[in-house]
Design a protein. Sequence first.
Length: 406
Amino acid sequence: MIKRLSFLVAGILVTSNLCASATQTGISLKYGLSSIDNDDGWKLKNNSFGLDLHYDTGGILSPRLDFTYIKIDDKKKWGGVSALYQAALGLQAGTSLSMINVAHELYLFGGIGYEYVQDSTKVFDSQPYVQGGVGATFGINDEVSLLTEFRAIQVIDSNDDKKDEDNEYAFFIGVNIPFGTSPQAPVKVTREAPVPAPVIQPAPVPVPPAPVIQPEPQPITVLDSDNDGVPDNEDLCPDTVLTESTQVSERGCEETVVQDSDGDLVPDGVDQCPNTPENVEVDSRGCAMRMTLDIHFDTDSDRIKPESMEQIKLFARYIRDLPEDTIVTIVGHTDNVGNEKYNKKLSYKRAIAVRKAILAQGGIDWRKIKAAGKGSANPVSNNTTAAGRAANRRIEAVMTHTGDAQ
């Protein structure tokens, strides 16, 4: 029994560490059938009801609390035992997938617990146990998902009675209801001072100038011995040797050319992000600090429109080349129409959807990209106009660097 117990626990912990953290905080309600007599094959015939709570810590593993009630079908076989009550504390890890526009999650779980036996007997009494299992959820909408789950239990039998039940198996189906939000790193937002309205001056009345008759220009001979475009009488370096990359000053002397390929005013020799898009604020290393992504969603939904996927691909290609200490936070924003609590939840779901779409492009460490939802708290325009509200409904990418704090 100890050997089987060791294999079960080790298998669950090793496999869980291979999964990306995707479990959302939520509660699951389940119904299934359990088999507690497994000497000559599984007999899934005992009605079972389960409830589990799981909390997303933002890390690889998430804590999970299980409660299960099993009604014994064959009381005579087990000496009058009528029901089992089980409670377990463990860990869960999962990974999110999406096929045919349906979001779903595969997850593994394991833990330790205690089984209370109602009307227990000498050979079938209350014992601690370890459990492990695998499950999957299938999204119906933003508020609820269907689930199916398989669970195996190894009872830690102190009396080592061969007539006692040592292991149990169960299949469940049910629903998963997420609630709350996952912990996210705080995002520092800088508010810009309002720009004063421009003062419109009256246009001056044009006065036509008097016609001026210019004399015909006379040809002037200009000497430029080194052909650098500066006349000899002004050239302080008259023997400049010209090449394709040579540039000279207005006094005819060779100048050092500072290359800035992406035009962000940070020289290429210093620029750690040489492919920064135009009109983006950068730090002293030439890396973007904040970008607004042109991503659109279905109305009142976190489903990304197909035409926005090209923007997802371009941004994923850009952040692959960022320095290793870069942390990218995807921040969702909404306008002020509707309930603020709902808007904040929707903005977070949209940020999560963009994060998943970026990670799906491959080649990006999932620990370096986070998500946050701000609702309507940080508008960039006036919410009293349709154009202003459209500007406030946006997805931003905020780049920070762990090395900056040192």
